[in-house]
Design a protein around this ligand. Structure first.
Ligand SMILES: Cc1cc2nc3c(=O)[nH]c(=O)nc-3n(C[C@H](O)[C@H](O)[C@H](O)COP(=O)(O)OP(=O)(O)OC[C@H]3O[C@@H](n4cnc5c(N)ncnc54)[C@H](O)[C@@H]3O)c2cc1C
Length: 501
């Protein structure tokens, strides 16, 4: 039997693609090496993700997707899936070897609220639960999900023929269109011998991470230091909490069951990967270098899943071709930059939305080749833009400059959320306004100014840089970024929610 679509990889991305393909009327098989529930990293969602989920729910008659589009709906509809509340992004700038000292004027803090209240807030997805739930939704809709399959090869053209082994038995799966949702495994790029474009990317980073219990809340630690917490627009732990370090940063994502996803991301230019060291040693040495973080992790224990500290190699990837007439790489396979700015989930959803639009408009018709060429071009431009937004932050010489660089992300995200044309225009809009020449030019100009600052800029040069960034992003600044009187405490930036019940 030949199915219309074969999806490699059954994470939330692969399974959601399958679910939508079914709604369009296509037959689908998902093939995964693992089985649900299983650990996966990449958990912090954003308002953009919520907006796209609600649009997909309305367009493809999948009301169940609204359940995971914000915290309020999540609690009402799927309370058994573990999530964390995310009111926005919080950042704290540390000095190596010194215990963090809260500043009354918040000069080493940045809090950017997304949603207006808890009900509409974003979430951290416990991926073991969410991916498993998404696979169930797909199966209910008639998707065949084949788990524990070791794929061994690809042959044929139309149909594609995949060979694999499941429970010691050789199997074959045939399909007209292949979607690679295997992320870092990047099966299809390897089988098709696609060229790696990683050397074009500026960001160079790697990570060590895990899930923990017993991590002290950062706001409790700050309270102990008499920080002016009442000026925080939200509890800084109800966020993607970032500790900004020397050529590195750390994420902390707190789930409702007090489990914490935590990871250090290191700039490879300053922190080499030493394979002779155990990942645990990398972890411990970072805790030693940053005493306040060491304090909050003093009693932390590894959670059962994954049960160890995981170390990556260099995180970045970008393939030379991202789609063709009868295959496509979902964004997380097409490329990856860095967890900074939590772009992964939203970008994956953007890619799925675009692929679904191509199928529903052009399946089996002559326009498909053009659509897939557009898919390739747009996803690539999105990844290259994310690379610039992230690498600027790594190049920032101090916390204040980092804050200015982060504003580019917030300008792009909030503008995209407001300008995103409704539903039918998946090919006319691009994630983070990557299709806007004016925006790409503004970001490139800021990168250029940053490079020219050199290694040790003077305070007046840094101030001038920040002023110039504020002017450069003005046409995209919908939410009062760079407001002088708010001391880095932004109270609300997400677009108004239009609710599909
Ligand atoms: C360290 C890190 C932190 C991140 N943090 C965030 C964040 O906070 N917020 C955010 O939005 N994004 C984040 N991301 C990105 C996020 O992980 C991805 O966007 C997201 O996982 C994409 O989901 P997916 O289902 O498309 O792919 P994946 O989650 O990568 O799933 C891939 C699937 O393919 C399967 N697979 C792998 N190999 C094979 C094979 N050989 N055969 C068959 N199946 C296979 C796997 O079992 C898995 O089910 C992060 C990424 C990294 C690396």
């Amino acid at each position: 039997m030949v199915t219309d679509v074969v999806i490699l990889g059954g994470g939330f991305g692969g399974c959601l693609t399958a679910l939508i393909a079914r709604q369009i009327g296509l037959s689908v098989v998902v093939v995964d090496r693992g089985f649900h529930p299983r650990f996966a990293i990449g958990e912090s969602s954003t308002p953009t993700a919520g907006v796209i989920l609600r649009d997909l729910a309305a367009r493809y008659d999948l009301p169940q997707l609204v359940a995971i589009s914000d915290y309020g709906n999540w609690q009402k509809s799927v309370p058994d899936l573990v999530c964390g509340i995310k009111r926005g992004f919080s950042y704290f700038g540390h000095q190596i070897g010194e215990r963090f000292v809260p500043d009354n004027h918040h000069q080493n803090e940045l809090l950017v609220t997304a949603s207006a209240n808890d009900e509409q807030s974003d979430t951290h997805w416990l991926r073991a639960d969410v991916d498993s739930w998404m696979a169930e939704q797909a199966q209910v809709q008639g998707v065949e999900v084949l788990e524990r399959v070791e794929l061994t090869g690809l042959s044929g053209v139309d149909p594609w023929v995949l060979q694999g082994v499941q429970a010691g038995r050789t199997i074959e799966v045939r399909g007209h269109f292949l979607v690679d949702a295997t992320g870092a495994a990047s099966l299809l790029p390897k089988w098709l011998s696609l060229r790696s474009m990683r050397d074009c990317l500026r960001t160079q980073s790697w990570a060590v991470f895990s899930h923990f219990h017993g991590v002290t809340c950062w706001h409790e630690w700050l309270r102990g230091q008499h920080a002016t917490l009442h000026e925080h627009p939200f509890c800084c732990d109800h966020a993607a909490l970032h500790h900004w370090l020397d050529a590195a940063w750390m994420w902390n994502l707190r789930f409702q069951d007090e489990r914490v996803s935590a990871g250090f991301v290191m700039d490879l230019r300053r922190h080499e990967i030493d394979r002779r060291r155990a990942p645990r040693d990398d972890w411990e040495s970072m805790l030693e270098r940053y005493p306040a973080i060491g304090d909050v992790f003093a009693d932390a224990q590894l959670a059962e899943l994954p049960g160890s500290i995981i170390r990556t190699s260099r995180l970045q990837r970008l393939w030379g071709k991202l789609a063709d007439l009868d295959w496509a790489l979902l964004p997380h396979t097409a490329g990856f930059i860095d967890p900074l700015h939590s772009t992964g989930i939203a970008h994956t959803l953007c890619g799925i939305e675009r692929l679904a639009a191509a199928w529903s408009e052009c399946w089996g018709q002559s326009g498909m080749a053009e659509k897939m060429a557009d898919y390739d071009r747009i996803v690539r431009s999105e990844l290259l833009l994310i690379d610039q937004l992230v690498s600027n932050c790594y190049d920032a010489p101090d916390f204040s400059t980092l804050t200015a660089c982060a504003m580019l992300y917030f300008a792009a995200a909030t503008t995209y959320e407001r300008q995103r044309p409704a539903q039918s225009a998946a090919f006319e809009s691009a994630f983070l306004c990557a299709n806007s020449v004016a925006w790409r030019q503004a970001v490139a100009t800021v990168s250029d100014w940053l490079q020219r600052l050199g290694a040790s800029p003077s305070p007046s040069e840094l101030r001038l840089f920040e002023q110039r960034v504020a002017v450069a992003i003005r046409p995209f600044n919908q939410v009062g970024l760079f407001a002088a009187d708010i001391m880095n405490m932004y109270r609300h930036t997400a677009a108004p929610v239009s609710r599909h019940a």
